[in-house]
Design a protein around this ligand. Sequence first.
Ligand SMILES: Cc1cc2nc3c(=O)[nH]c(=O)nc-3n(C[C@H](O)[C@H](O)[C@H](O)COP(=O)(O)OP(=O)(O)OC[C@H]3O[C@@H](n4cnc5c(N)ncnc54)[C@H](O)[C@@H]3O)c2cc1C
Length: 456
Amino acid sequence: MDPITPPRSSSSSLSWSSWSSPPSVLSHKQQVRVAVIGAGLSGLALGQLLQNAPNVQVTVYEKSLGLDSLSGYRIMVSHFVLRRLHASLSKDIWRKIALSIGISPKDGHELTFMKSSGQEMFSFDAEEMKDSSSVSRWLLRNALLHKSGRFVKFGKTFERFEKLPNGVVNVFFEDGRVEECDLLVGADGVGSKVRNQLLPNSRVSDSDVAVIYFKIPLTPDTKILLPAPSAVMAFMLNNQNIMVHSWVNPRKPWATKFDDYEIAPEDSFIMFGYGSPVGDFLNKEKPPGKFSPEELKEECIARIRLVPNADPRFIALAEKCLINTAYVHVVRDCQAVKRWDTSSITLIGDAVFNISTMLGKGANCAMLDALDLAERLRISDPIMPATRQYELQTCAAENVKRRLRERQRSGLIESLVYFGDNKLQEFCRKQGLKRALGWIDDPHAKDFHSNKQSAV
Ligand SMILES: Cc1cc2nc3c(=O)[nH]c(=O)nc-3n(C[C@H](O)[C@H](O)[C@H](O)COP(=O)(O)OP(=O)(O)OC[C@H]3O[C@@H](n4cnc5c(N)ncnc54)[C@H](O)[C@@H]3O)c2cc1C
């Protein structure tokens, strides 16, 4: 897809021009006051989509003071989601988002599974992989932050809410301030405090798997170390795996602004991920979340070196990881929630429940949640809360359905990836993965990322 020009088709029922209405001139009584907690991808997208809606007054509250530590990585975003963003956001924001979309390999993206020796096992080259792009999360979030001063308040940590009998919600912040709204949206990620209060029985627990991510500058020297043109997942001995994927800046394919520690956020990079059960880490002095960046890099290099016949490219890549780009993702398991009372509080993004990063669907779902919710809020009548509640309930049900399916698909792949590595387990994983990938590419399944039955 050419990201700059308008898409040929979009399943969004509204065109961009119909969304870009002038700023609100309605009185407060005719507007729904929406308070969004969290300026991650879902909260920011919702804020941007609603900021010009005449019937909505939106404010996004974010606890951090700016960019988060995860902003540096790449995410795979489906073209369907990108087309919907294109159709719904203003032109200047879309132009910035377009710059976050990396160059795709000639034949589109695919995921190649490999042995530790670098021998290819098979490739997952389903339509959903080909129909997606590698996107710089940093540039995407920056684009969504464009002119957000009008509706985002940073340094505001949500504490709790109180629902009043008249339907109004009081929102309490750690700084002692209280804000009033008609609809509270929890977009505060996997550890959501909004969800914790709304659904006190929903549980979040740390799994025993941790993935260490680093950036490597993409240069002619590092490109030759890439084991495949697109994404790679290599199964190493000792129950570890390596993920390699790159983001290529369309305006500047080679990185130039980096040293041994840092890289400029807009420079092209290779994302290097190293995952394993925490119990298998060599450094057992502390949990991985407490390792220094140097210790994280040492752990990766030391463990790959222990693998007999490891492809030397994996060791070379690990050695080129830039120290200060280290990020540890301890996989968290958030109980799936099925429904909640949406009359004045709802949830979007990872705050509903998270999805394993294995198939890269969390951000896609988060942005679809925001697009759907914005679409429904824009057509809802501020003085008829009953119709709004119906719209919100329908939206939440779709959101949960989409997430449950993606969670099931990603979870299946994750369990096979960390299946173990004796000969029998290796055999079962190979057979199981092939079947599982066939199942997740089922042509009869509903594809929530293209709004149609998925193509064969
Ligand atoms: C390494 C990695 C790779 C990934 N790759 C992909 C991929 O390829 N494709 C894909 O689709 N997804 C991917 N994901 C998942 C994706 O990043 C997430 O699903 C997505 O970012 C969730 O967005 P969100 O807005 O729901 O939550 P978040 O991005 O977590 O944002 C929540 C925001 O809420 C704020 N907040 C939290 N608590 C409070 C509070 N009390 N008060 C105020 N603010 C608060 C936080 O500071 C944060 O800014 C990946 C995730 C990781 C970790």
